[in-house]
Design a protein around this ligand. Structure first.
Ligand SMILES: Nc1ncnc2c1ncn2[C@@H]1O[C@H](COP(=O)(O)OP(=O)(O)OP(=O)(O)O)[C@@H](O)[C@H]1O
Ligand SMILES: O=C(O)c1ccc[n+]([C@@H]2O[C@H](COP(=O)([O-])O)[C@@H](O)[C@H]2O)c1
Length: 195
């Protein structure tokens, strides 16, 4: 099986994540996409506002009806900082018959050289890069060994981020359609980001 891992903080999950996953599923011919919330995302300055359980719950609600999507809690149960190299090493041990691709937005593509053990990791997965408004992908600026391990996907520009969702909630603005309805209702009921 060919698996695309959609790793993220998902604080909260939004339609940008879902369209990125669907684009990769279709364009790279993936069998499944595994949505994997990070426990402690490396290199993010702030702790997520939602707890690990809440982020996993929102992911599960968002992907509920999709036959090829799964929510995977390996990073949450491992605890500590969620280095992707450690995660993929573990997944390859657990699922020796699977191949793994890793889906990332344009901001992360240009940040790859800073990832933990990136030389080894880039031998283990192919990165599927999707465009994101405000972030240019310049493959020429990346080291050649990395460049050859990235496939670019064509995704409609979606100017949407978890930061923007949280800010909208703080300002009493609508998040309808920016997140799946089930996630919107969960956020409203739980009051995670304020009311
Ligand atoms: N609108 C988007 N278009 C394409 N890729 C996206 C989009 N939003 C997030 N991603 C990608 O999804 C992955 C997980 O992102 P993450 O959960 O940190 O969301 P975020 O919206 O970037 O969060 P925040 O605003 O809190 O930093 C990253 O690889 C990121 O680049
Ligand atoms: O392993 C690393 O060094 C590394 C550095 C930055 C990001 N990541 C992973 O990339 C995914 C997206 O990161 P983020 O910060 O945009 O949520 C998430 O699963 C992180 O664990 C991984």
């Amino acid at each position: 099986m060919l698996i695309g891992i959609m790793g993220g903080t998902f604080d909260p999950i939004h339609t940008g994540h879902l369209v990125a996953a669907e684009t990769a599923l279709e364009e790279a011919g993936l069998d499944e996409v595994w949505f994997m919330p990070a426990n402690i995302p490396p290199h993010k300055p702030n702790t997520p506002l939602a707890s690990p359980d809440q982020r996993l719950e929102m992911v599960s609600l968002a992907i509920d009806s999709h036959p090829s999507y799964r929510a995977v809690d390996v990073e949450l149960t491992r605890g500590g900082t969620s280095y992707t190299y450690d995660t993929v090493t573990r997944l390859q041990q657990l699922y020796p018959d699977h191949r793994f691709h890793y889906i990332i937005g344009a901001d992360m593509v240009m940040y790859l050289p800073k990832w933990h053990q990136i030389e080894k990791l880039s031998e283990m997965v192919t990165f599927l890069g999707v465009g994101r408004p405000g972030f240019d992908i310049d493959l020429e600026a990346l080291p050649s060994h990395l460049r050859s391990r990235i496939k670019l996907m064509t995704m409609p520009a979606m100017e949407i981020s978890s930061t923007d969702i949280r800010e909208r909630i703080r300002n009493g603005r609508s998040i309808r359609y920016r997140v799946p309805e089930s996630v919107r209702l969960y956020i409203e009921r739980s009051g995670i980001y304020g009311s």
